[in-house]
Design a binder for this molecule. Structure first.
Ligand code: NAD
Ligand code: ZN
Length: 373
C-alpha cells in the first residue's frame, strides 16, 4: 500500500507492506532517482537492538547491488536523542565523506528517525533522507510528518527541525521481532487517531484489534489508514499552527506521566503514558460536562482488553503530588500565560482544541485522581 504525503513544496510516498526490506534496493533507487547504483552511498543509522535483527539483511541486499553503506549504530533508547550522540553520527557521516547528494537511512524506531532526520536536515544544509521505521509507533506516527529532533535537559524534543524524507519504507515483517509491550504502546497512538475525529475507525479497531496485532492484510490496512490520517492532518497544517495540535490528544497528561516516571526502573513507555493520558483527558472532559462516563468506559475497556494501562493506579511505584505533577505540565511547550491548551472531547471520536483551560481546574482534577490511588 502507498500513502502519499502532499506538502506545499514536497510530496513523498509511504510504502507499507510485507517483504519491503528485501525489495529495498529498487525502492531506494527509484526514490533517489538514481539509474546506476554505483553512485549511491548510504549511511544507515540504527540502534543496537534493530541492528541485531535487521541490519544484516538490509546491508546484504544493498551490497549485492554494489551500493556502498556505512552503518552507524547507537545505543537503543531515548538517551540517544542528545547532542553528544548527534555529534557522533554527524562526525561519522562527514568522515566517510558523504556528500549532499548521498543519503541517510533511518532504520529504527522513533528515536532513530528523529535523530537521523535531524542530522540529515543540518549536514551540508540538508542531505537526502529515507525512513525505514521498525516500530509500530514509528510506522504510524513518527515517520509521518517531518518532525525531527533531540531532547534538551529542559524538555523533550525541544531542539529540532521540520524535514521531510524522500520516502518512507515501512516493512511490516520487522514488527515480528518487536517486543509486544512496544507494539501495544504504538497501538495506543492508533486508537488515538480514531478518538480524534474518526469514531468509525475506533469501532473498526474494537472489532479487528486481534488481526491488527498479527501479521497480515488487516494489520497493513490499519497501518495504512493511520498513516493516511496523519498525512491528511500534516498536509493541512505542516508546521502545527492549527489542527495538527489535535494529535496531542492524551499527550499533555501523557508527557506529565513520562516526566514523573523518568527515574523509575519500571518507567512507562510513551504509548503507555499516552493511553493513560487519553483516559485522563476523557475523564477531565466528563468533569467539564462535555461527555458522559460511558464514552470513557468504552475506551478504557478496549485499552484493558489489549493490555494497556488506563489509570494512575496502573503505574508501578509512587507518583509525586498533584502540585509537582502540575509543574511538569507547565514545562510542556503547550502553555501560554495562565491558560493551558488541552485536547478535550465532545463525544466518542469528536476531539477539539481547548485553548483556555484553567490550571486550577487541572490541579483539582489531578488531586482527585491521586486520592483514589
Ligand atoms: P524507540 O525508537 O526507542 O524503539 C523502542 C524500542 O524498540 C527500542 O529499544 C528499539 O531498540 C526497539 N526496536 C525498534 N524496532 C525493533 C524491532 N523491529 N525489533 C525489535 N526491537 C525493536 O521508540 P519508539 O516508540 O519507536 O519511538 C519513540 C520516539 O519517537 C520518542 O523519542 C518520541 O519523541 C518520538 N516521536 C516522534 C514523533 C515525530 O513526529 N517525529 C512522533 C511521535 C514520537
Ligand atoms: Zn505520541
Amino acid at each position: 500500500k502507498i500513502v502519499t504525503v502532499k506538502l506545499n513544496k514536497h510530496c513523498y510516498d509511504i510504502i507499507i507492506g510485507s517483504g519491503l526490506i528485501a525489495q529495498a534496493v529498487s525502492k531506494i533507487k527509484h526514490y533517489l532517482h538514481q539509474k546506476s547504483s554505483h553512485q549511491i552511498r548510504l549511511a544507515i543509522v540504527t540502534d543496537k537492538n534493530v541492528a541485531a535483527f535487521h541490519l544484516n539483511t538490509l546491508q546484504t541486499k544493498l551490497a549485492e547491488n554494489e551500493i556502498y553503506t556505512i552503518p552507524i549504530i547507537v545505543e537503543a533508547g531515548e538517551q540517544s536523542k542528545s547532542f553528544p550522540i548527534l555529534q557522533n553520527v554527524i562526525d561519522k557521516i562527514l568522515v566517510a565523506r558523504l556528500e549532499r547528494g548521498d543519503s541517510i537511512i533511518a532504520l529504527g524506531g522513533g528515536v532513530i528517525g528523529d535523530l537521523a532526520g535531524f542530522a540529515a536536515s543540518i549536514i551540508r544544509r540538508g542531505m537526502h533522507f529515507i525512513q525505514m521505521p521498525t516500530t509500530l509507533l514509528a510506522q504510524i506516527d513518527s515517520s509521518v510528518g517531518g518532525k525531527t529532533g533531540i531532547n534538551s535537559p529542559y524538555g523533550k524534543n525541544l531542539i529540532g527541525t521540520f524535514y521531510q524524507p524522500q520516502c518512507v519504507i515501512a516493512d511490516t515483517d520487522v514488527l515480528n521481532t518487536l517486543p509486544s509491550r512496544e507494539f501495544r504502546a504504538g497501538y495506543a497512538e492508533m486508537v488515538k487517531y480514531g478518538l480524534i475525529n474518526q469514531p468509525h475507525f475506533f469501532e473498526w479497531l474494537e472489532k479487528n484489534w486481534q488481526k491488527v496485532f498479527s501479521k497480515g492484510p488487516i494489520q497493513i490496512e490499519a497501518i495504512a489508514r493511520s498513516c493516511q490520517f496523519k498525512a491528511d492532518i500534516v498536509t493541512h497544517d505542516e508546521h502545527e499552527t492549527g489542527q495538527r495540535a489535535l494529535l496531542n490528544l492524551g499527550h499533555t497528561f501523557g508527557h506529565m506521566l513520562e516526566t514523573a516516571t523518568t527515574y523509575d526502573s519500571n518507567r512507562l513507555i510513551h504509548g503507555e503514558a499516552v493511553a493513560i493520558g487519553i483516559i485522563l483527558a476523557h475523564q477531565f472532559s466528563e468533569q467539564l460536562n462535555l461527555i458522559s462516563p460511558t464514552v470513557t468506559q468504552r475506551i478504557k475497556a478496549h485499552f484493558k482488553t489489549v493490555g494497556l494501562p488506563t489509570q494512575l493506579q496502573d503505574i508501578p511505584g509512587k507518583l509525586p503530588d498533584a502540585e509537582t505533577l502540575m509543574t511538569f505540565i507547565a514545562q510542556d511547550k503547550k502553555v501560554s500565560q495562565n491558560n493551558l491548551t488541552f485536547i478535550l472531547t465532545r463525544a466518542l471520536g469528536q476531539s477539539f482544541i481547548a485553548k483556555n483551560v484553567s490550571p486550577n481546574a487541572v490541579l483539582t482534577f489531578l488531586k482527585q485522581k491521586l486520592m483514589k490511588s
